[in-house]
Every structure is written in C-alpha cells, then in structure tokens.
Design a protein around this ligand. Structure first.
Ligand code: DNO
Length: 394
C-alpha cells in the first residue's frame, strides 16, 4: 500500500517538512487557487510538483501522485448550456497531469455542496476535538435558517420537532457558525463558498434535476472523459457523496453499492474507478465496508481510511471516531484491500482521512479534519494493522 497524505498547498498549516516526518511517501494535492471550471495549466502543475519534490534526497522521497480533486463545475452536473467547454477544460487538466506523471484522480459529483458537517469542534470525553454531523442541527439549518421552500416535506413530524428544539437552543453566534460551516465550505471543497442567498439560487438550479437526470449527466461526462483517461493511463476515483444521502432536496447518486453497480455496469472502462472513502460509506449502517473492499477490488484506486461512530437514536448523526475504534471494521477493510493487492499484483494509495485535533494542535490554526497529530496517529495505527496483516497473510 502506498501511504499518502493530503497537502493543501503552500498555505497548508502542515508543512511538507512535517509530512515527511510521518513517513508518508505520496502527496495528495490539488491546485486550489485555480477557479473551478478552468483548465490547470501545465506550468502550474509543474511548479506545484517541484514544490513537493524540492526537499527530496536520495533517502527520503515524496511525490505528487494523487489529485484530490479536479472540481467538476456545476454546469457539467446540470448539463447547462455551454457546459461542453468545462468538460474540455477537465480533459485538458487530465492530459496535463498525465504529462507530469500524475495519474490517480479523485473527483466527486455532488451538486452544489461538497462534504458537509455541522460541528467542527466536537469535544470527545478524552479532550480531543472531532468533526460531527448532527441531523437535528442540519435540519434546523435547512428549515429555520435557510428557510428552504418546501423543506418541511422532507422531514417527519418528529424530525421537525427535534429540529425546532435544536434551533431554539442556538445563540446568534451558533447560528452564524453553523451557517458558515455548512455553506462556506470545508477544506478541499470542490464547490464555491456561498452566501445564504447565493446558496438558495444554486439549489434552485436543481429544481428539475432528479437522480436519473443527474446520473445521466454523470455518465455523459464520464463517457467523454474516460477514453482520454484510458489512453493516458489515468485512473479516476469517484468520491462518494458525504454524507451519503440526499440533502437540501438535491439528488445524491454515489452513496451505496447499488449506485456503484449502476456506474460500473454502465461504464465498464477500467479507468472508471472509485475512492473507497471508508468513513463516508460507513456513515450508513446499510453499507458493509469490508464487503465493499472485497467486492470492488480492481475498481478501488484510492482509499480514505477513517472511522465514524453513529448515534444510537439517530443513525444519520455521527462523529468521526478513532481510526480503529468506530462502527466500522477497519481491520476487515484493510485485510481485503491487502488481499486485492496480492490478487491484482498492484498497490493502491491509502491516506489517513481526517484526524482528531489533539495535543499541541488544539491551539494551532488547522484545517478542520486536517491537523497533523491526529492524522499521524491514524496513519500510525493503520500502518500497524497493515504490517500485522501482511506478516500473517504473507
Ligand atoms: C473531505 C474530503 C472531500 C473530498 C472530495 C473529493 O475531507 O474527503 O473534500 O476531497 O469530496 O472530491
């Protein structure tokens, strides 16, 4: 397995020198400064790669091998007039990356929003801070802050009541912070930051887009992109919708094995692959993660390893737990990923996804989920599991 680490570029509070100390060899990165929809110029890719490799010496090498992500412009997701140019730009970016030897590409097809949480500093009993998604707080935002038209229809009477209670307990500051957390976006997001009004407008564009329409727009996009990926040896790795269910009345189409089966059944190209984001898929009790790791062997080009712990009384609410102590059987997942590698005679990229904000990082500026020490703890634990299973299974 290739141990990778996400780096957000020169403004990332975790430096490349620090990443090197974790032992990770592969850098997962993107050109976050380029506007969504524009092609990434080859020169900008070369510069970014040079930054990553600048500290290399014969005994310690790090390389930019994975892109997370090339954003997909919402006009592509909507197949809006003029979206063809955005697809062309995406293909140009793909070709420019391939020319620099960067061939594993994570992307997602979530409309309007990227990954979503409601709490970025959720304190666990041992003093660390975790990320959390709380269904009641989310519903409170949707119903009483955003005041989305017809939002009521998406919730049961009990859910409405709980959302109201949650909203009533919020101070002005809580409301402002929750709003920022949801619509201004989290690190690495592949969508714009919105004001409440822009957000309403962005949602309105999807009024007539249901699951089937969105899916056919994804397939049409991939139909154009995959031949280029294949000819340049690129492996695409679609990231699931996080959390993996519909939100704000928007259709979400990469949430379950059923969704993946439709995707791969329709477009069987070997370049059409997935990111096994263990924490995202694992936010649903009906997704069996070790089974998915087994079933999708050759399709898994990249894996995000993290755990979630779901609330007993509301399974859509969860916090991000320790990498090895959560509702997900991480050891089972890793065992199958290693088995796939042996069977397929290839390595995949894994990265410790999100970590707790802990120890000296608690008082530092950090990208939520992406502080150094918590992720390093996750990587160290996962590395131990990999070593142990490899020693036993050969
Ligand atoms: C969050 C990440 C996401 C992910 C994109 C992939 O930590 O997993 O931002 O990078 O959704 O396109």
């Amino acid at each position: 397995m290739r141990e990778s680490w996400r780096w957000f570029g020169p403004n990332d509070p975790v430096s490349l020198d620090e990443i090197r100390q974790t032992g990770a060899t592969d850098i997962v990165s993107a050109l976050h400064h380029i506007p969504i929809g524009d092609a990434w110029p080859i020169e900008a890719i070369r510069e970014h790669k040079a930054l990553i490799e600048a500290g290399n010496n014969t005994d310690s090498q790090m390389h930019w091998t994975v892109v997370e992500s090339i954003p997909v412009h919402d006009d592509i997701k909507l197949a809006a007039p003029g979206h063809e140019q955005y697809i062309e730009n995406w293909i140009t970016t793909l070709n420019n990356l391939a020319a620099q030897g960067i061939k594993t590409i994570c992307y997602n097809f979530m409309p309007v929003i990227d990954w979503t949480r409601t709490d970025l500093k959720y304190k666990l009993p041992n003093g660390v801070y975790a990320l959390r998604f709380d269904q009641d707080r989310f519903a409170a935002f949707d119903l009483f802050i955003l005041e989305r038209e017809n939002a009521k229809d998406d919730y049961s009477a009990d859910e409405l009541k709980r959302a109201e209670t949650s909203f009533k307990s919020m101070t002005e500051d809580d409301i402002a912070q929750l709003t920022r957390t949801i619509i201004a976006g989290l690190p690495g997001k592949m969508t714009d930051a919105y004001t409440l009004d822009d957000f309403r407008k962005a949602l309105a564009r999807y009024a007539d887009v249901d699951h089937d329409v969105l899916r056919s727009n994804l397939f049409s996009f991939l139909g154009q992109v995959l031949p280029h990926a294949e000819s340049s040896g690129i492996e695409l790795a679609i990231h699931p919708d996080d959390p993996p269910w519909d939100m704000f009345g928007l259709p979400r189409i990469i949430c379950t094995p059923k969704d993946l089966d439709v995707l791969f059944g329709q477009l069987p190209s070997p370049a059409n692959g997935m990111t096994l984001c263990v924490g995202t898929y694992g936010s649903r009790p009906d997704n069996d993660l070790p089974q998915m790791a087994l079933d999708y062997g050759p399709r898994i080009h990249f894996a995000h390893l993290r755990g979630v712990s779901r609330d007993a009384d509301e399974p859509r609410s969860f916090y991000e737990a320790n990498h090895l102590q959560s509702d997900i059987d991480m050891v089972g997942v890793i065992r199958h990923l290693l088995g796939n590698e042996r069977a397929l005679k290839r390595e995949i990229f894994i990265r410790p996804d999100h970590g707790h904000q802990m120890m000296a990082d608690i008082n530092k500026t950090a990208n939520p989920g992406y502080s150094a020490i918590g992720r390093m703890k996750g990587l160290a634990e996962v590395r131990g599991v990999i070593k142990a299973i490899s020693a036993i299974d050969g």
